[in-house]
Ligand binder design. Structure first.
Ligand code: AKG
Ligand code: FE2
Length: 489
């Protein structure tokens, strides 16, 4: 959805003592500008100060662009004003949440290989589980890297086959996202304001009936304006904490709240510039989606194989909506996180005209993927080691420039005792090989090279580089976590 307007409140200034942000100004100083790998020949991100996906026009006016580097050093994750393959892998995962998450989806088990990979994903304290991998029937796709003839030939030519180290995840759901009383309180505000349709009070008039013909029809407001400050603050904090811990994103866009009654919908669209991850937190009044008092209302997201349709085309198979679109229900207190580059929308709601019975969601984007340290190692002390250590990675990634797009976020553990990197986990991976890949394949053929498996190449380069970094030992002897996002435009 386009953010045509935004309301700002100052970013909260209280900081988590153990969390330090490099901040965007600092990123330029640290030369981490190469975080964004652009297509060959285009300018490098950061050359003119932009170090993250482009925000919407309204965002650049008042958001990231105004961020002060020095002040942001100690700032905790924050809200910004910033307004989704060729990958043949996709997954719905359910992540651990503060209040005993429940897994409601039970799609087919993943293949052993994918499951093994996913078990190492999710990093940090989160307990990310891969619940769904593409169904071979629904998304027929040929993977040369598991074709025994290809593997045999490569082996004969002594060409190593790189393994993917993570599974791409384009949709994540977290049930019971907020502590139950907090979710109930938010819902309670909405219910109380609509309780008596004849009562007239200022809060009734906070809503915008948003109708863009053939595209969006819904009723929306800004959550920061709608909710009492304290309640809004806790909501924002919960989303910021999740974004930082699970996605390496240190900010969120202003939170929209929208309700959908009969006829409301969002037609397919893509939110490419708004941030690497979209979120939808449902306040729809039922935890059992089948008990809702309307039909429709699911988030619908085009399946990866559809975006690669001809490559996977099978003349013997027809397809219906369920094979083309993933429909994600929004039961009460479910957080859905998805890759907003994928064409997506909201299925038309039918059956109720009462706001209290309709679909109600809080939504926006996680933004500002940026490196940050959590622990005793000071960013300033790590600067030189980080810059020098990353040089070979940027050189290696030049090779995939323009051939891959998406976000890869790793978190490493830095030993407090000797500054070595002892462990790496993957927080998020939305990397997708782009069709330029065909051109690269042709080039490789002409040069008698074998084009590597690009996602795997990136994973391996990032892992090898990060695991090889060496930092100064931290005084306190305690370990430090470095969260490290790489955005490929
Ligand atoms: O409400 C949803 O499920 C999706 C929202 C969305 O795509 C948007 O606001 O751009
Ligand atoms: Fe959207």
């Amino acid at each position: 959805m386009q953010q045509s307007c935004s309301l700002r409140r100052p970013a909260p200034e209280t900081s988590r003592s153990s969390t330090r942000s490099l901040g965007h100004q600092r990123i330029q100083n640290y030369k981490l500008i190469s975080l964004i790998c652009r297509a060959k020949g285009s300018r490098k991100a950061g050359a003119d100060g932009e170090a993250a996906p482009a925000p919407s026009p309204s965002a650049s006016a008042s958001g990231r662009g105004t961020r002060d580097g020095s002040a942001s050093q100690q700032r905790k994750p924050r809200r910004t004003d910033a307004e989704p393959t060729s990958s043949t892998t996709a997954a719905i995962a359910v992540t651990g949440a503060p209040s005993a998450p429940t897994v409601t989806a039970s799609p087919p088990a993943p293949t052993p290989a994918k499951a093994a990979v996913a078990a190492t994903g999710g990093g940090g304290d989160s307990q990310q589980q891969l619940l769904w991998a593409p169904d071979a029937d629904a998304s027929p796709s040929y993977d040369p890297w598991s074709d025994p003839r290809v593997l045999e030939e490569l082996e004969a030519r002594e060409i190593p086959v790189l393994e993917e180290l993570t599974t791409a995840q384009h949709v994540i759901t977290v049930d019971n996202f907020l502590p139950a009383p907090q979710a109930a309180e938010l819902r309670g505000v909405f219910d109380s304001r609509f309780a008596d349709p004849r009562a007239c009070h200022p809060e009734r008039f906070l809503w915008d009936y948003w109708h863009v013909p053939d595209q969006y029809t819904l009723v929306r407001t800004q959550a920061a304006v709608y909710f009492p400050d304290e309640l809004y603050g806790r909501l924002e904090e919960a989303l910021l904490s999740y974004g930082e811990a699970a996605l390496g994103c240190r900010a969120i866009s202003p939170i929209w709240m929208s309700y959908y009654v009969d006829g409301c919908l969002q037609e397919l669209h893509c939110d490419n510039p708004h941030g690497p991850f979209a979120f939808v937190l449902s306040l729809t009044p039922t935890t059992d989606w089948s008990q809702r008092e309307f039909v429709g209302g699911e988030t619908m997201i085009l399946q990866p194989h559809v975006l690669n349709y001809w490559r996977n085309y099978d003349p013997r198979k027809g397809m219906e909506l369920q094979h083309l679109v993933t429909r994600v229900p929004s039961p009460f207190n479910r957080l859905t996180v998805f890759d907003p580059r994928f064409p997506h929308g909201v299925r038309e709601v039918r059956g109720t005209r009462d706001p209290r019975k309709g679909r109600l969601v809080l939504h926006g984007w996680f933004t500002e993927p940026a490196p940050f340290f959590d622990g005793p190692l000071e960013a300033a002390d790590a600067e030189v080691a980080l810059n020098e250590g990353l040089e070979p990675l940027w050189e290696a990634l030049e090779a995939v420039s323009g051939l891959i797009t998406g976000t890869l976020i790793a978190r490493v553990n830095i030993s407090g005792a000797d500054g070595s990197v002892t462990d790496l986990s993957w927080l998020a991976d939305t990397l997708v090989e782009v069709p330029n890949h065909d051109r690269a394949a042709a080039d490789a053929m002409l040069e008698e090279r074998v084009l590597p498996r690009l996602r795997a190449l990136v994973h391996n380069e990032v892992r090898d580089c990060l695991m090889g970094l060496s930092f100064p030992a931290a005084g306190a002897g305690r370990d430090t976590k470095l969260t490290f996002p790489i955005v490929f435009e």
